[in-house]
Design a protein around this ligand. Structure first.
Ligand code: FEO
Length: 396
């Protein structure tokens, strides 16, 4: 396994996981796998910045060994405790006998709870530096981006930011740099990553980015802990994070996500879609049982709004719709324009339940639910068309 030079004397020594299809339990699908990025900074002293998932430690060591014998490494820098980056730390500290573990004070307890071995630890806070002999690593605490102990490591002389999870994408490929891969896949994965991991933390994302920008820190390369490294126009991903955090970037898309029992709600969804199209926006039709909840959230990041529909079953939604509503409540797509619709028999609980979840997710419900009893008539389908058109006009 070959390491890849990122800049002079900094090597990517991580691992590529082509097979993983789920992240954070089953909440996030990784259609393109992922990478666990670790970086070796080689000066008079040597530091490994982050490690990999435990089951990939051999792959990481095979890359490190191409450059240096692991026991010669002086520092194991842990930017983040989550196990996809710290899982190999016990193996690392066994192999790197003299290495000191460097992390934030908050990481000490977290790491101890994950791995009970006692390690020689050096805690660092914002502005602290480690001199590798003419090569300086400086640390910036980044609490809640996305764990309390998260930190960024900055290699001063090469203006290289290693922000761990921030600015990553779940994208496994033999290429290491963002400019070498298909741009559509790259940005789709970056959006999906933000929507499913960072969206609920948007206010903190905005604050931290503005703080870093105010420092005037020159940044030539951003090397995250997942996916591709940003070396051409690295500030583009930073700008997009800011725009996503503020809800500023929108496409012409409106999502219609629904499930149906006897096709009545599907008929409404199709009529609503025609109405949206007639207003000049692009409807994305997502029958929830055939769709992926984390893809829907990724599409929602830049969509103008979303309509969610369900038939009513037992005075509630169809159970298939629940994961989408759960994502609204936890990922909190704040301010995203929304409305509910659906058919019912003798009691119409589904649309109200959908609206409650939208409000719980701090979304902006701009229209009362559109509901019909039993099977929609021609008139009711025309009304659904007008409902879609009015929604589109309102979100334009
Ligand atoms: Fe928060 Fe990639 O782990």
């Amino acid at each position: 396994m070959k390491p890849i030079e990122v800049v002079k004397d900094v090597y990517w020594v991580g691992a590529i996981d082509y097979d993983v299809r789920h992240f954070h339990g089953y909440s996030y699908t990784t259609h393109h796998g992922t990478t666990y990025n670790a970086y070796l900074v080689v000066g008079e002293k040597i530091a490994l910045v982050d490690a990999v998932l435990g089951s990939f430690s051999e792959e990481m060591f095979s890359r490190i060994s191409e450059i240096v014998e692991p026991e010669k490494i002086d520092y194991m820098i842990s930017n983040h405790t989550e196990m996809d980056h710290s899982g190999a730390v016990p193996d690392v500290l066994k192999a790197m006998k003299k290495a000191k573990l460097v992390c934030t004070p908050r990481a000490v307890d977290e790491l101890r709870k994950h791995y009970p071995d006692g390690w020689d630890t050096q805690t660092v806070k914002t502005g602290d530096e480690i001199d590798l002999g003419g090569k300086t690593l400086r640390f910036y605490e980044a609490p809640m981006l996305h764990w309390p102990e998260s930190m960024f490591t900055y290699y001063v002389e090469e203006e290289l930011l290693m922000p761990n999870d921030a600015f990553g994408q779940h994208y496994a490929t033999e290429k290491r740099f963002a400019d070498q891969v298909d741009q559509s896949t790259l940005w789709n994965e970056a959006e999906k990553y933000y929507a499913n991991i960072l969206w609920p933390l948007s206010s903190m994302v905005q604050r931290k980015i503005e703080e870093v920008l105010e420092l005037g820190l020159p940044i030539k390369i951003i090397a995250p802990s997942h996916g591709l490294i940003w070396r051409e126009d690295p500030l583009e991903i930073v700008k997009r994070y800011l725009a996503w955090a503020k809800g500023e970037r929108t496409s012409d898309k409106v999502i219609i996500a629904w499930d149906t029992m006897w096709q009545s709600t599907t008929k409404l969804a199709r009529a609503i879609a025609s109405g949206i199209d007639s207003a000049g926006l692009t409807p994305l039709l997502r029958l929830i049982p055939h769709s992926d909840r984390s893809d829907i959230m990724a599409e929602l990041l830049e969509a103008k709004g979303i309509l969610v529909g369900s038939s009513t079953l037992h005075n509630d939604i169809l159970p298939t719709v629940a994961p989408v509503l759960s994502d609204f409540e936890v990922l909190k797509p704040k301010g995203k324009k929304a409305a509910a619709f659906g058919s019912y028999g003798w009691g119409g609980g589904a649309a109200k339940r959908i609206q409650r979840s939208m409000e719980g997710g701090k979304m902006e419900v701009i229209m009362e639910p559109f509901t019909v009893q039993w099977v929609p008539t021609e008139e009711e389908l025309n009304a659904a068309y007008e409902f879609g058109r009015a929604f589109a006009e309102a979100v334009k």
